[in-house]
Design a protein around this ligand. Structure first.
Ligand SMILES: Cc1cc2nc3c(=O)[nH]c(=O)nc-3n(C[C@H](O)[C@H](O)[C@H](O)COP(=O)(O)O)c2cc1C
Length: 374
């Protein structure tokens, strides 16, 4: 199948890699997960390359024995607020877990960040597998509660983001009218897990609502994503596995009569590229030798820039992904991808050369949702 939209690119910019030892690479700042200079440098790199978005994953199940990055990382809204002031066009995506946070707080934080960045924000609302130490008073959920609670969370957030119609705040000084109260709508939600009356205390986004994703792999996830969100973040240990989930999402979108073009299927890979296959393998070996006790799996996208661009093009054209989220284990993973692969994707006209719009939703080619048009 073809993909009508151009490929979208995002960059996971936090942390010194996604295994136990890549922080030991001589060129990796070992404190990368809480080093503001590192985040700013990576954000600017991605923005100069016209990536649609920065992306942060999140970890709620913290505990001894986690990979180092999980134990030394900035909280998402805080770091994205700083990056909003250091960037101008690139999107800012944070991840938050419905299993451990209250929807009112997240709705408020994310919409505030959206205003600060003038419409560049997305929320990846996830569930969290029970695990780690007990750090939240609610404790760990049973598996059976995760998705029912997630549905409530998503419904409330969407309602709260549409508390006010676009022109609700009149701010007419002469006549002393700040708000048209008829254009304020309460949420009045009473669920099993959350009860929220509303109103939220911030006006509607210039994007309509911040872009909303969720992540997972199960049939329940597929059903929820295609009902509530603008996009889905899916895992991919192989092309076949990723394709399986992507096609399940596409079938469900069709079933629900949702236009596939108005939905973003995103997956994350950690490419290691070189000018030649040999150079890429050399970079992979730099990481592999750091871990003498465990094999670090070679990335799916490993090799010369041409061969990696070919694979990306194939995944995109087959509809396996609309957005590729680059994460890095190698200290130059993102830089190399930008220098070597992005120009090829641009030459082939798969990836854009300039930001088309000012909002993230615009750059993702997603329509602005009308008020309370769920
Ligand atoms: C691609 C992907 C990204 C995820 N990102 C996170 C994350 O950042 N933090 C987290 O706690 N869980 C994350 N998860 C876990 C999911 O939110 C979910 O709890 C898990 O996949 C179980 O749901 P499922 O059975 O529907 O797959 C992620 C899962 C996938 C597949």
């Amino acid at each position: 199948m073809g993909n009508k939209k151009k490929l979208k690119l995002a960059a996971i910019i936090d942390g010194p890699g996604w295994n136990h030892t890549s922080w030991q690479h001589p060129d990796m700042p070992s404190d990368a997960g809480e080093n503001i200079d590192f985040y700013v440098q990576q954000a600017k790199l991605a923005e100069d390359a016209k990536f649609e978005s920065l992306f942060l994953i999140d970890v709620s199940h913290v505990g001894p024995g986690n990979i180092p990055h999980y134990l030394s990382m900035f909280e998402g809204v805080s770091i994205m607020s700083a990056l909003a002031m250091k960037t101008e066009r690139i999107g800012l995506s944070i991840t938050a877990s419905s299993s451990y946070t209250d929807p009112y707080n997240i709705a408020r934080q994310v919409l505030s960040l959206d205003k600060i960045s003038r419409g560049r924000v997305s929320l990846n609302a996830i569930t969290s597998n029970p695990g780690g130490m007990v750090n939240f008073s609610r404790g760990h959920l049973s598996k059976a509660d995760q998705y029912p609670m997630h549905i409530e969370f998503l419904e409330i957030i969407r309602n709260l983001w549409d508390t006010y119609e676009d022109d609700a705040f009149v701010r007419d000084k002469e006549n002393g009218i700040f708000l048209n109260p008829h254009k304020m709508h309460l949420t009045n939600y009473r669920g099993k897990y959350f009860s929220v009356e509303g109103p939220l205390n911030i006006s509607r986004s210039v994007q309509g609502r911040p872009v909303l994703y969720t992540a997972g792999s199960s049939p329940t996830f597929v059903d929820i994503a295609t009902t509530y969100t603008d996009g889905a973040f899916i895992g991919g240990f192989s092309m076949e596995e990723t394709k399986h989930t992507a096609m399940a999402l596409r079938r469900k979108l069709d079933e629900k009569q949702r236009n596939q073009d108005n939905f973003i299927i995103a997956t994350s890979q950690n490419p290691i590229v070189g000018r030649t296959d040999a150079e890429a393998h050399q970079k992979y070996m730099e990481l592999a030798v750091l871990n003498r006790y465990q094999r670090i799996a070679p990335p799916l996208f490993l090799g010369s820039a041409e061969s990696v661009a070919d694979e990306i093009q194939e995944w995109h054209e087959q509809g396996i992904m609309d957005m590729l989220i680059i994460k890095q284990d190698h200290p130059y993973g993102l830089r190399d991808f930008i220098e070597l692969v992005v120009p090829i994707l641009q030459e082939r006209e798969i990836f854009h050369t300039e930001y088309e719009e000012t909002t993230l939703r615009g750059n993702l080619e997603l329509p602005k949702p009308a008020f309370r048009n769920f």
